[in-house]
Write a protein that binds this ligand. Sequence first.
Ligand SMILES: [Zn+2]
Length: 227
Amino acid sequence: MTPDECAALLAYVGRLDPRAAHRDPAETAGQLATWCDLLRDVPATAPDGWDAAAVARAHITGSPYPILPVDITRPWTAHRRALLARHTDPRPNVDPDDVEGYQQAIRAQRDAVATGAVEPTASRELAGGPHPQLAHLIARALPAAAAAALAPFRPLRAAREAAALAGRPDALNVPCTWCRAPVGEPCRRRTSPKRAEQQGGWSRRSTVHPSRLDAATEQANRQERAA
Ligand SMILES: [Zn+2]
């Protein structure tokens, strides 16, 4: 709240509850200074219906005690928490490869929400992972540094990206004739049954079978010739 907003709020409070209004100008000035100081970080109005004057009015109509700055700061803290809980950092409009600038922009957005300056941005939660097409877009939007940090946790994607960067064909473009992994699926190996009566399962390989890579290379060459 600016000093002007604070003075207006205090005048409003004094009108509703004469006990809060001082007769002595020095006392009035002191009270105003205290309120300005304590309500500095509380906005007069903010998204989701925050209105400091309405909060003051609710206190005066609902409590036998004279209003104090804390009767406004405490509700604001709760309102601010609700605003932040609704906020899911949207992608800022800065170069995603500028990691520091990107983080600063995210922080600035959060601060703006926390001070009531802007509406929180709520995006739909992605339950059970995004649609593959969407995931592709999200991955492309990842800052390079973040993608590099994630690589160990996404070995398959990292391998495909590395292949694309190196100009090598993507082995996952073709099915594997060795382990019969379909297009887009990693190669797999049979795991041996733990007991004789159990069936063995499949486990993903982090690399592809050489014959599959050959097939992918052959297909890429064929496509190149056809083009
Ligand atoms: Zn295979």
